[in-house]
Ligand binder design. Structure first.
Ligand SMILES: [Fe+2]
Length: 296
């Protein structure tokens, strides 16, 4: 199976005026094709020729040194560009809705802040690369990658990526990258991004739900904690905030308040009824399990 550049799901000129037909032709027909040709040449006659790009990009360490860099750059370029074409639509733009919007607001507070943050991330990428909205199994984050590196190789699920290689925008925007990113947001197909969000892998939190937490002197499994428990814990710890020996108690008290809000907002009677990603995030915020990853 040789990899192939898929047809665009719309006409070359469909994204005008945000992205010109000329840019789309060069970008899709020449740049993307070049990644595919080089990836196929590197993978031909190898045991990895038939492995799907999304899987192989998580297994780069298995490849011999002689082809690893070429595959990382060019199969990464292929995967990233397929995702990029599918993320745009002539009927795109506006704002995300539903569960995706809720997840974005949980991380960024508002959709406007999210848009400002991805623009800032795109501007911060030195040279060629991508700015991404990803899911890490617990929440959505913005990350950047250089060259054609994929978030998949960092165990992150890409939901949306903006190509900030100059070939993506120079014909239309010259060096005005920020203007390009703002225009690109006007053609993002949020329905497609929402589908990726819904399909993103979620963690197994069965052991987290069983960990016990002391609430008013009684050990309670995390999964059985109720709205009243969370409010009680928030109030009791909040009263200790500022007490020298417990420097972080105010932060943890706020996290219990956040858990109460999540339980109330979702009409859940206990933690076990929350989404696994949210359970894991809350467990990290409450230090029921230690946090794993920072974010920008
Ligand atoms: Fe590109």
């Amino acid at each position: 199976m040789a990899h192939a550049v898929p047809d665009l799901p719309y006409a070359y000129e469909a994204l005008e005026p945000q992205i010109s037909a000329e840019t789309m032709r060069f970008h899709h027909d020449q740049h993307h094709q070049a990644y595919v040709d080089k990836a196929n040449a590197a993978l031909a006659q190898t045991p990895w020729a038939d492995v799907e790009p999304a899987e192989l990009l998580t297994r780069l360490s298995e490849l011999p040194d002689t082809i690893r860099g070429t595959v990382r750059n060019n199969l990464g370029g292929h995967f990233n560009h397929v995702l990029f074409w599918e993320s745009m639509s002539p009927t795109g733009g506006g704002e995300p809705g539903g569960d995706l919007a809720r997840a974005i607001k949980e991380t960024f507070r508002t959709i406007g802040t999210f848009k400002e943050t991805i623009e800032a991330a795109a501007m911060s990428t030195f040279g060629s690369g991508w700015a991404w909205l990803v899911h890490d199994g617990t929440r959505v984050l913005i990350v950047t990658t250089t060259n054609q590196d994929s978030p998949l190789s960092d165990d992150l699920t890409p939901l949306l990526g903006v190509d900030v290689w100059e070939h993506a925008y120079y014909l239309d925007y010259c060096n005005r990258r920020a203007e390009y990113v703002r225009a690109w947001l006007e053609v993002v197909d949020w329905d497609v991004v929402a589908e990726r969000f819904a399909a993103a892998p979620v963690p197994d939190v069965s052991d987290v739900l069983l960990r016990t937490v002391s609430i008013s002197g009684k050990n309670t499994p995390f999964g059985e904690i109720t709205l009243d428990d969370a409010r009680t814990q928030s109030a009791e710890l909040g009263a200790l905030a500022g007490w020298g020996p417990m420097a972080k108690v105010g932060t943890v008290a706020r996290a219990w308040g956040e858990l109460a809000k999540n339980l109330e907002g979702r009409g859940a009677t206990c933690v076990a009824e929350l989404d696994p990603g949210l359970v894991k995030k809350m467990a990290m915020d409450l230090w029921v399990i230690p946090p794993e990853r920072g974010m920008i």
